[in-house]
Design a protein around this ligand. Structure first.
Ligand SMILES: [Zn+2]
Length: 263
């Protein structure tokens, strides 16, 4: 596709669906993506089990990096003391392929959820990020008000709100604090007016692009397994939403991703 390059700032290639449903498995999905112009991938963990698989993947592929952390939905299933679990996460920050703590945050979408427990895990991980000056990848669904209030308590934390679904007003509130915003498949959805308005409010030097694969495939691939090669459709959607031409946008997102994650 016309020589443009992209970095996928948020993927889950260790998800079982790649081996079960993608022809050729995860290796084929990655090879096709690299061939299409995807220069690098940040694979993101959500719990202690897939921290191991995401690290294994990053060790196997030179241009796959890893984020390690505990997702707000996954924290509900962990019986161990958060302090012990997060001591392990903290140790992994010295791994040469670990570039961020993530994904962490709040998710009030599926009942039941425990707001206090999610906030506790989120805050502990933000504190670790601040201590080590490591960026964070924030997952936030139906909880933007609480998430903004929490990140404001940890001034100086750098990071990205991934698959951003908050408002343009909240973008303006987070920009002075240094936050980045990442967009993927949803920016191509016809009725995603709020996402497009939010993307338009983000300056060019704070935009990232992602798949969140195997989830959230862009138009015209809805219903399929998403993978990084499909990100060029999201680039087109993001270009239309922001008014920035695709080549400029591709180069900017690559530069922003490298700056934020120091890769
Ligand atoms: Zn994710």
């Amino acid at each position: 596709m016309s020589g443009m390059k992209l970095i996928d700032s948020h993927a889950h290639y260790d998800d079982k669906r790649f081996d079960d449903e993608f022809e050729g498995g995860v290796d084929a999905a990655l090879r096709l993506s690299f061939d299409a112009g995807v220069d690098a991938v940040i694979n993101v963990a959500t719990n202690p089990e897939n921290i191991k698989t995401t690290l294994a993947l990053a060790e196997r592929y030179e241009n796959v990096y890893s984020a390690v952390g505990i997702h707000p939905e996954d924290c509900a299933n962990i019986d161990a003391d958060p302090e012990d679990v997060l001591a392990e996460v903290e140790k992994l920050l010295s791994h040469p392929k670990v570039v961020a703590i993530g994904e962490i945050g709040l998710d009030y979408h599926w009942e039941p959820y425990d707001k206090a427990r999610q906030a506790d895990w989120f805050e502990r991980q933000l504190a670790i990020a601040l201590k080590h000056d490591v960026p964070v990848i924030v997952h936030c669904r139906d909880a933007i008000g609480d998430a903004v209030a929490i990140v404001k308590k940890y001034r100086g934390v750098r990071g990205v709100f991934h698959s951003y679904s908050g408002s343009a007003e909240t973008v303006k509130e987070l920009l002075p604090l240094g936050w980045y915003f990442s967009f993927g498949g949803p920016v191509t959805y016809k009725n995603a007016h709020k996402v497009k308005e939010a993307a338009a409010a983000v300056p060019q030097d704070r935009l990232l692009i992602e798949t969140d694969c195997p989830y959230l495939p862009p138009v015209p691939h809805r219903g399929e397994i998403n993978y990084s090669a499909y990100m060029f459709h999201s680039l087109k959607g993001l270009s239309e939403a922001t008014g920035i031409d695709e080549e400029t946008l591709a180069a900017a997102t690559v530069e922003n991703t490298k700056r934020l994650f120091k890769i």
